[in-house]
Write a protein that binds this ligand. Structure first.
Ligand code: FRU
Length: 326
């Protein structure tokens, strides 16, 4: 990258009130700060596709160099993303996709594989007839769709496993508490729950506990965030039997966006690694995350020191120049 040219990156984040999104925003901002010439503007679409389309239009009007979008839902933002591309602005979609590959590049884990991993985990645990409830993410958002298809494909091919009920959600636990309670009251002897994220999984556990079913139900989530009550912690505590790691990729996204501006060759699909986390690897993963975060803090502090030194140098340099005039 030509270090002299200022690069403006507009990021339309679909929602910002959960820890996973906050982690993505934070890692993206830290990465942006490490480039002297990158300006990152993050806007929050607040779970609203119309607002998100408007924000993307504003980035087009401002003629930013590249747009990053995590679409709330696929279809509504597809036209405006196409428009950005038609205007010569590359668009990187992260975590959630648009329709028909209308983007310059995608970065995120493979959500079809996330669903497969969850189902394979269940298949590895039992040979007996097994009843499963699936709690899906938001309808119309690509991870919900892809996780569901991957999950179903394995379950269908595994004769002892059966999905007895599918419950829809808006990705947040409050949206499933009632419907999940009703399902547990209606269907007896449910063995497993696959919830499309750890927040839904935790909400499902709370309902199960309320009904005295928390020992019987084995719950799997997705995300695997570190920190108190994050997915890794929930697995360590035995609240969840497993979670499927779903990295946010904020820093990778920022670097890829800079590459898109520089017109470097890149794959269309940039797939982040995912893995199954259960009691065997939850603790080690969590301690690795903590170590990485400490390193990031160290780098940040160093950056602040460098900036301070640079300022001191500049002002002293000016002083020398003034003195030389006399
Ligand atoms: C965060 C989130 C995650 C989930 C992802 C799917 O907003 O709901 O929990 O894995 O979005 O896009």
């Amino acid at each position: 990258v030509n270090q002299d040219k200022k690069i403006t990156i507009g990021f339309s984040q679909c929602v910002s009130n959960d820890l996973w999104r906050q982690e993505m925003n934070k890692s993206m901002q830290i990465q942006a700060d490490l480039f002297e010439n990158v300006h990152l503007e993050i806007v929050d679409a607040n779970s609203n596709s119309e607002l998100q389309s408007k924000q993307i239009q504003q980035f087009i009007d401002k003629k930013v160099d590249v747009i990053i979008v995590s679409p709330w839902q696929s279809t509504p933002v597809t036209p405006v993303i196409q428009k950005a591309i038609d205007n010569g602005i590359p668009v990187l979609v992260v975590d959630r996709k648009t329709d028909k590959q209308t983007y310059t590049a995608y970065l995120g884990a493979d959500n079809y594989q996330v669903g497969i991993n969850a189902a394979n985990f269940i298949a590895s645990k039992t040979n007996k007839p097994t009843k499963i409830i699936e709690i899906r993410g938001l309808e119309g958002s690509s991870p919900a769709y892809e996780r569901s298809i991957g999950f179903k494909d394995v379950i269908k091919a595994t004769p002892n496993l059966e999905i007895v009920k599918i419950i829809d959600s808006d990705w947040e636990a409050s949206s499933i508490k009632e419907s999940f309670r009703k399902a547990l009251n209606e269907i007896k002897d449910v063995d497993f729950v696959f919830a499309h994220n750890d927040r839904l999984a935790y909400g499902a556990w709370e309902v199960a506990q309320d009904l005295g079913l928390e020992k019987q139900l084995k719950i799997i989530g997705v995300d695997g965030l570190p920190g108190p009550n994050g997915g890794l912690d929930l697995v360590k505590k035995g609240v969840l039997i497993a979670t499927i790691l779903y990295p946010t990729g904020g820093d990778e996204a920022l670097r890829l966006a800079v590459d898109l501006v520089a017109k470097k060759t890149h794959p269309i699909n940039n797939i982040l690694e995912s893995t199954v986390v259960d009691f065997r690897n939850a603790a080690i993963l969590e301690s690795q995350f903590i170590r990485i975060n400490q390193k990031i803090n160290d780098i940040n502090n160093l950056q602040t020191n460098i900036n301070q030194l640079q300022k001191t140098y500049n002002s002293q340099n000016n002083l020398v120049k003034i003195l030389l005039v006399f």
